[in-house]
Design a protein around this ligand. Structure first.
Ligand code: C2E
Ligand code: CA
Ligand code: CA
Length: 403
């Protein structure tokens, strides 16, 4: 199906749009003139005026999906450019959600005004402004997004957001060497919300960076408690996920140094995880900050490696010392020779560049064995352990006898 607007031709007297019909298109008048008519109760017809070349007609129904509020007739031979719902929806989907919602609300108010001015009379099938208003305040995802920012901030304060820790093992010795900190949101009404949903929303609302600082502080405190409990220091590292915005934040370096010092942890005990995508997007500002971080001894880890960018030159450009192979390759490496080849290549690449390789998403013993044979350094996945709360992690470490 093509998304190019199509040309429609109408003869004098043709009905282009019929009041009360569903509206699946808007039209740009290329040539000719049309009249806009409103049918009121008892068959009374009122003209709202005429439109000529360059005008747009039928746009309201396209935006709010409500029936046509007027009839449009060709006053002479007309050539119109049709904008279909498919094309419009595609464009709307790509637009900013807030702009999208505000457009719809302005339109609701406009319809409200014309209804109140009795221009439309009691046109049947047309919802009341109150119904429309409710629809957009109840259903608008964009407005939910606006509310989300406040809700998310409160959720951290109220303890609804917690961290789970997924153990990372040395593939050679099977000893636990560290943990990845993963956020969980237990919402009082909506229940468990996946981080795949709330993290991008938090990022879009500029409320993620504070959450990342909270996660860093929480996971470093947890690591210290674990060290005190086990009476051993420097045994584990903790890996914290960062978004692109978090790295360009003014306090990025200072916050890391202070949190490590506050918890008496060595810089080597912290891994900063960032996806390839975020890194490239923030490349100009991120480099110096990450370099400073790396120089202090903190590890810089590339998350979901292999899924983001085809160009590998950024591996030289940024101070990276850990690659995490995306779990999709691990999942498929036994059935798909290309995935296996990719895993081998990433491991060799890492070795040549003096980087550590961590495999994600190990779900089977056989996968762990293959990774060991290939010389992968470390791994995490449901086969080893699922992400878990701190108290379960303490028990897990006792049971695996990590000595
Ligand atoms: P990720 O950073 O790639 O984290 C690994 C995800 O894989 C986690 O999902 C983990 O539970 C899941 N996983 C681990 N082992 C296995 C396995 O063997 N099989 C399968 N199928 N999955 C496994 P989770 O916790 O739902 O997190 C999803 C994503 O949300 C994370 O992907 C990360 O991108 C983001 N995320 C989570 N917590 C944070 C955070 O604190 N900050 C930021 N910026 N992002 C976070
Ligand atoms: Ca991660
Ligand atoms: Ca990952």
């Amino acid at each position: 199906m093509t998304n190019e607007p199509s040309i429609k031709k109408y003869k004098k007297g043709d009905v282009i749009i019929q009041q009360g019909d569903e509206g699946h298109s808007a039209f740009v008048i290329e040539k000719g003139r049309v009249e806009i008519l409103i049918e009121k109760d008892k068959g009374l017809i009122q003209s709202l005026g005429t439109r000529g070349a360059g005008s747009i007609i039928g746009e309201m129904s396209l935006i709010d999906n409500e029936p046509r509020t007027a009839t449009v007739k060709a006053l002479e031979e007309c050539t119109l450019l049709e904008i279909t719902r498919n094309d419009f929806d595609r464009r709307l989907k790509n637009s900013d959600p807030i702009i999208n919602a505000i457009t719809q609300i302005i339109l609701t108010r406009y319809r409200d005004i014309i209804t109140k001015a009795h221009i439309l009379g009691n046109s049947s099938g047309y919802p009341s402004p109150e119904q429309l208003e409710k629809k957009y305040t109840d259903e608008s995802k964009a407005l939910d997004t606006l509310k989300f920012g406040h809700e998310f901030k409160d959720a951290i304060k109220n303890g609804e957001i917690t961290l789970n820790y997924q153990p990372i093992i040395d593939i050679e010795t099977f000893k636990v060497i560290g943990f990845e900190a993963l956020m969980r949101w237990n919402h009082p009404e909506k229940g468990f919300i996946s981080p795949d949903i709330f993290i991008p929303l938090a990022e879009n609302n500029d409320v993620m960076t504070n959450a990342t600082y909270w996660a860093l502080s929480e996971s470093c405190q947890m690591l210290k408690r674990l060290e005190n409990l086990r009476n051993q220091s420097g045994e584990f590292f903790v890996s914290v996920n960062y978004c692109g915005n978090d790295i360009v934040d003014l306090n990025f370096n200072q916050n890391i140094q202070k949190t490590l010092a506050d918890n008496d942890l060595k810089p080597e005990q912290l891994h900063i995880e960032i996806t390839e995508r975020s890194l490239i997007e923030e490349s100009t500002f991120a480099k110096d900050k990450l370099q400073k971080c790396r120089d202090s001894g903190v590890a810089i880890s590339i998350d979901d490696f292999g899924t983001g960018y085809s160009s590998l030159s950024y591996l030289h450009y940024f101070p990276i010392n850990v690659l995490k192979i995306d779990r999709s390759f691990i999942k498929n490496m036994e059935v798909d020779p290309v995935s296996l080849e990719l895993v081998k290549t990433i491991i060799n690449l890492g070795k040549n560049m003096k980087m550590k390789i961590i495999a994600e998403g190990i779900e089977e013993e056989s996968q762990q064995n293959i990774l060991k044979t290939l010389g992968c350094d470390a791994g995490q996945g449901y086969y080893i352990a699922k992400p878990m709360a701190e108290e379960n992690l303490i028990n897990f470490l006792i049971n695996v006898k990590n000595t």
